[in-house]
Design a protein around this ligand. Structure first.
Ligand SMILES: Cc1cc2nc3c(=O)[nH]c(=O)nc-3n(C[C@H](O)[C@H](O)[C@H](O)COP(=O)(O)O)c2cc1C
Length: 327
């Protein structure tokens, strides 16, 4: 029987499958269900910066330059109206209820809110904090550098306040991801979660109204994080967790081969239920047995760019028949 245990940002996980931050993890009962289903850890539903803003009634001015009004609707749709105190209670009750690691999640847009609150989250017993940092660079007067600096300041601010591991969950839209990823690690991130899949907006062409886009991923969305994890995993001073597009055991195995220390799953569990966790873990164990691996570190990162004698294949972006068989 293969040993599925892993170490992710210093936390010991019985297996690498983490239930992502979502409404699958927004109550103690659901967190218990994740553990019963076999998850190695959970990331709690994010507490949104807008929720704190709304609660403290200090809106607008201070949140410049990244106001995010549509998030109020998003929060409402997701049925997430937890305030700060409720969130601390969710953490401490979840910790009492399960023995798997419980990672709290904060949605951050500006550096200002979180430093104090992060300390309370650590005191409530969270094993780690995942920062769901999401800044849409819609303002043409803001440079990429300015926006990247905001990410780093958020991490540095929280890092100063807590000793528990801090992961940064980011989207894929950065010009020079390897340099930026290193900077996030240097700012104090214990892990990067690659990548968040953001809420999408759509247009109702009859009502001429904005509506939410379809919110679940498909299995072919694994390719973008897979490439970047394979490129980055041996380059960073911190761990990586995969997120987006893992819908089966093969996806889980691919991300471990690319170098992810842990793999987060969300959409597939919404679509097919929590029993999918056991199926994916069985597929992982069977594959390890078939390939003669007794533990995950024996193959973790084996297919990363650094380990390859053809690193240029990881950088290939164009369809050229002679190289990729397609044109
Ligand atoms: C309904 C729903 C709610 C989500 N809420 C959050 C959230 O609160 N915080 C967060 O960091 N990510 C959130 N996500 C993103 C997921 O954690 C995950 O990163 C994304 O769905 C990609 O993984 P997947 O392809 O396995 O679904 C949410 C996703 C969905 C579908």
């Amino acid at each position: 029987m293969a040993d599925l245990s892993v170490s992710y940002m210093g936390l010991k996980l019985g297996n690498p499958l983490i239930v992502s931050s979502s409404s699958l993890t927004n109550t103690v009962a659901k967190v218990k269900r994740c553990e019963e289903a076999g998850a190695g850890a959970v990331v709690l539903k994010s507490l949104f910066e807008e929720q704190i803003e709304a609660q403290t009634e200090e809106i607008e001015e201070e949140s410049w330059p990244y106001p995010h009004p549509e998030a109020f609707d998003y929060v409402r749709q997701m049925g997430m109206r937890l305030g700060q105190e409720d969130y601390l209670k969710l953490i401490s009750d979840a910790k009492k209820a399960v023995s798997i690691p419980v990672i709290a999640s904060l949605n951050c847009i500006t550096p200002k809110w979180w430093s104090n609150y992060a300390g309370e989250i650590a005191r409530a017993g969270a094993d780690a904090i995942e920062l769901n940092i999401a800044i849409l660079p819609a303002d043409p007067t803001h440079s990429g550098e300015e926006i990247e600096r905001t990410y780093k300041r958020i991490i540095e601010g929280i890092r100063r306040r807590v000793e528990i591991p801090v992961a940064a969950k980011i989207g894929p839209y950065f010009t020079a991801l390897p340099k930026f990823a290193r900077e996030l690690s240097a700012a104090g991130a214990s892990a990067l979660v690659l990548f968040n899949r953001f809420y999408q907006m759509d247009i109702d062409i009859e009502k001429l109204a904005l509506v939410p886009g379809y919110h679940l991923s498909s299995p072919d969305e694994i390719y973008l994080p897979l490439r970047w994890i394979a490129i980055l995993s041996a380059q960073l001073g911190c761990d990586i967790a995969a997120s987006t597009g893992v819908h089966d055991g093969a996806g889980l195995i691919k991300q471990l081969l690319a170098g992810a220390r842990a793999v987060q799953v969300c959409s597939n569990l919404y679509q097919k239920g929590m029993d999918r966790i056991a199926v994916m873990l069985k597929d992982l164990g069977d594959w390890m047995d078939r390939h003669g691996y007794a533990s995950i570190p024996e193959f973790n990162g084996k297919m990363c760019m650094e380990a390859s004698d053809k690193p240029e294949y990881y950088e290939r972006l164009q369809y050229i028949k002679v190289f990729v068989g397609l044109e």
